[in-house]
Design a protein around this ligand. Structure first.
Ligand SMILES: Nc1ncnc2c1ncn2[C@@H]1O[C@H](COP(=O)(O)OP(=O)(O)OP(=O)(O)O)[C@@H](O)[C@H]1O
Ligand SMILES: Nc1ncnc2c1ncn2[C@@H]1O[C@H](COP(=O)(O)OP(=O)(O)OP(=O)(O)O)[C@@H](O)[C@H]1O
Ligand SMILES: [Mg+2]
Ligand SMILES: [Mg+2]
Lengths: 225, 225
């Protein structure tokens, strides 16, 4: 499904080169459940952004579903992002002037879903993350963990085949975090591919494979369970 | 130091009343080390914002250092926030167009510290959170955990007598999180008052007292250690 070879991401900032990712080799099969761990600044979000077609690599290659991603244009990338990938951002990235329901509806607006069906699906998605009674709140009228759950509901609403979850439980208490992990585990059982960034070992243990990054490099890649 | 009596925070949203805080009674002495826990949406950040003079209560009273906070004007509140309180926000709240060094300098600009001394103190503050080599990066050129650490450095730079830390390790791996907790523990030993919101029990165990919220109410208040 995903083939990454010799991938580097290099930022040039005032004369210094920052290797956010450094010659990464990675293969991910369909329906894998993968966790990515590593210290703050080690390149986890950068890797997710490149896999999610939100950022471009500096060197190396990324083949997704048989297509070389570097060869695709803006429209093709947008279509992949909308149809095949659900992204739960580390910093949520919600529209500040839209309420929770509208934020969750967004992916369905992009793929042309009718208004009535959109509203029903968005309400259901909010119910699944325990926020049915917050549908009308805007992000600044929500707690940190509630914003995170809106971001989760939005990412999952299209039932995307690849779910990229960047620290999905970082702002959640353990009970709410467990409910979110149940959602991701269910998706995995239904055939979706789950790639999860976390710095919590217990969350990582939901996966079948743990990759550890350090200074932009993969330093270990282990099957678990 | 802090006396909160019968404090409520009520939002009126389209005909529904949301009790973010509900008749909270709380006394905090100087040099206490307090942890606040509770599920997502239970009122932790709301409580911190009111203690930090960033938000106003709807009912009840809040006395800080002998002064009734509801009786203070905007300038007096701003002075308290700058001189006595260091706030580590759950969502960081960094200036997007300023680099890390400048973000950390801000509290020193507000209290009139000279340019050279500011720069030295800001560099030292960044060094303490492991970000000396990221001083020139802007927030969107930093990882999630690096932004969190810039927010921490900024909050602590004035050596404020009260530190309000809203989930300071939420985006950090355990090693980096431990370094941040060492900073907070050191501050406590030097006499500062630390109020820490966290949903991680091990982080809460650094404190001497744990308060648990549920639906805006305090449901337990225990001394530990
Ligand atoms: N401006 C607002 N208008 C209406 N409701 C609000 C507003 N701000 C917060 N709330 C509600 O108040 C409640 C408490 O929010 P708060 O941010 O204090 O929770 P929290 O305990 O910090 O949660 P988390 O652990 O998710 O950060 C939440 O249910 C939230 O939806
Ligand atoms: N636009 C940029 N310009 C320069 N450096 C950048 C930029 N974006 C990210 N970086 C650097 O790239 C490195 C990797 O960042 P990344 O966000 O992938 O880390 P991370 O592993 O997700 O960290 P965290 O656990 O803190 O979220 C960091 O050291 C960061 O400072
Ligand atoms: Mg990250
Ligand atoms: Mg909060």
């Amino acid at each position: 499904l995903i083939q990454i070879k010799n991938l580097s991401k290099i930022y040039h900032l005032g004369g210094v080169d920052v290797h956010a990712l450094d010659r990464v080799d990675l293969e991910i099969k369909q329906n894998e459940y993968l966790a990515v761990m590593g210290p703050s600044g080690s390149g986890k979000s950068t890797l997710m952004n490149i896999i999610g077609c939100l950022d471009v690599l500096s060197e190396g290659s990324y083949v997704l579903n048989g297509k070389n991603v570097s060869g695709l244009d803006g429209d093709q990338l947008a279509e992949i992002r909308n149809k095949e990938i659900g992204f739960i951002f580390q910093t949520f990235n919600l529209l500040p002037r839209a309420n929770a329901l509208h934020n969750v509806e967004l992916p369905l607006i992009y793929n042309g879903t009718g208004r009535l069906e959109r509203k029903e699906k968005a309400e259901e998605a909010l119910r699944k993350v325990g926020l049915a009674d917050r549908a009308g709140h805007r992000p600044n009228e929500l707690s940190g963990g509630q914003r995170q759950r809106v971001a989760i509901a939005r990412a999952l609403i299209n039932n995307p085949s690849i779910v990229l979850a960047d620290e999905p439980t970082g702002n959640l208490d353990s009970k709410t975090g467990a409910e979110i992990m149940r959602l991701l585990d269910d998706l995995h059982r239904s055939g979706n591919t789950i790639i999860l960034v976390t710095h919590e070992e217990e969350i990582a243990r939901h996966s079948e494979r743990i990759i550890r990054l350090l200074d932009g490099q993969i330093i270990s890649d282990e099957q678990i369970n």
